[in-house]
Design a protein around this ligand. Sequence first.
Ligand code: T1G
Length: 691
Amino acid sequence: MEQVVRTSLEGDIGLIVLDNPPVNAAGHGLRAGLVAALDRLVAEPAVKVIALYGAGRSFIAGADIREFGKPPRDPWLPEVCNRIEDCAKPVVAVLHGAALGGGLEVAIAAHARVAIRGVALGFPEVTLGVLPGAGGTQRGPRLAGVAAALDLITTGRRIGAEEALALGLVDRVAEGDPRTVALAAARDVLDGRLTARRTRDIHIDPDREALETTKQTLLHTQAHLFSPHACVEAVAAATLPLPEGLAKERQLFQACIDSPQRAGLIHAFFAERAVAKIPEAAATPRPVTRIGVVGAGTMGAGITTACLLASEPVVLIDSAPEALERGAAAVARNLDGAVSRGKMTPAARGAIRLTTATTLDALAGCDLVIEAVFEEMDVKTATLRGIETICPGAVIATNTSYLDLNVMAETLADPRNFLGLHFFSPAHVMRLVEVVVADATAPEVVATGFALAKRLKKIAVRSGVCDGFIGNRIMSAYRRAADLMALDGTPIDAIDAAVRGYGFAMGPFEMGDLAGLDIGWAARKRQAATRDPATRDHGALADRLCEAGWLGRKTGCGWYDHSGDTPVPNPALPGLLREIQQAERITPHILDADEIITRYETAMIAEAARVVEEGIARYPIDIDAVFLFGYGFPRWKGGPMHRADEIGAAALVARIARLAQDDPKGGWQVPAILHCMAREGGSFAGLNIGR
Ligand code: T1G
């Protein structure tokens, strides 16, 4: 295997180059190689100073997070850092690309640091459910001070070379290639132009105020998380002698590693990257230089905004002049908002290329067109035919949230060019895009959809064709469970509170009022013909609200009455409920928060299991990505499939069987895949292997 750590001599300078692609993660090979390289150069009489730098695109990007949860292998990273700091000869570290987590900890254990402009530095461990476990909580405050170290360690934010210099984390900012900068820095250390010192020798002033302020803030903002509070406790130990502080850090780090939140957050990290590994990845995406959007409603304006934010030229079409005007105005507001939030520069705002028109012929020259017209099959198919006529050979995408793409494809002369790009509202904010692959979609068209999503800085997940694709189909299932709980008498605000307590930003009824109850109403009407008569009509109460014109926030009242300062449950609910319960002979029973979550989560997992079983999602981790990045699933829980593995297939089978017994018409059925896992072992994580 190519040596991941190499040494060379340049006169009295010993060079150590780290070469562990793709990001120089500090896996066992790099750690062992680094210690061996240090020993070699310390033993080499000619060497007076050692310079350490990374090959490829970065310095060390951090510990190898694939090793987390596995038995650690010597030398541990803290030991490597101690060896560097204890080294008898001065060690200077040169940082480029990324020096994050364990990478920055290696750097601050060195005796001097030079950052090459453009490098990203930081302690992102807290975003992974852990804390800097290789001395960062002890050496960071010694270099940058307690307050600055607390900020970096508890937020995980990245900083550039200049800010790191100002904070004292690096000694110099340079330009150039790492090797050249390393030789110059080593020379300067020898000539006294760059001071080398052991970080542990730096005196640290206690800063009780910063510690207490941060502690109180986090108790308020991050009460649901474990590691941010451990970070504060670890930094508080920095005023102890280094060995004691490091021991405290190690103990807290291990507690974080043992937390289920670490497993969930690491799973989320890899989910964001795994979804890009699709069968069509080898296909060459079609060039996209001019994007058309047809339909200037909420979604069309959002998609247009998303493209313009990525400096993609857009032609926005709407046959109704006033709708086009409203849409263009919404785009302008969105872009102005992006500038005021620092998400877009005024120059980029001024350089946007947006053409608007009321007829499709203005699409001429577009090589990708997205339709976002009214969710009605005839309207969609007519629009698709019109687009294909004006833009023959272009990639044609539908933004439908549930209509059958294979039916739409029948209307096209060349369905190979056709796919779904299901954006989530607001389309210029939500990171998720479901790339829906119809039977005839060509591989390069799928690859084009993924390439566009990447340019828009979105996370694309590949989906097969079914009602609701991955996300909305599964959401319908747990939304149904919530409706049945409400029908049985559990107050809607208790259900919402339980779901918020689970970690969602809002509960299903709050969400319904925000999105509009008419969306679900249309879906229930659409699905009425195929609804299993053996199951209960979960929409009875929601339908009564819609029939009364209570559609949510947009009408001032839905599940909640929004007329006051804070929403209160619709006063009409108890009466409507009594009528329905009497008509359907429902014996009311109120559930506690635990049972609410058990039903809500189990409905979500059961439908997700079916989506995997049917191949709509190729891997369980795709479902996790959809819910983490499109539905606000709490990141520290990893996603529905990760949660399913935590609960265990046997326990889930038992749960569903109990629920089916409690409510025989509640639609509770055990998916075959869960039965199989419960019987023969296996997990959803196991199905992700080989992705
Ligand atoms: N460990 C293992 N694999 C990693 C990795 C890591 N730290 N970082 C990236 N990868 C993989 C990634 O999964 C992908 O794999 C490939 O590298 C390219 O990554 C003791 C405990 C460095 C900014 O949190 O932020 O140190 O998909 O697509 O967009 O205190 O990777 O190709 O198979 O993201 O150019 C702290 C995490 C760890 C940094 C580059 N460090 N990485 O972004 O490439 S904890 C981090 C990143 C720690 C110590 C503690 C980014 C990047 P594949 P990529 P990129």
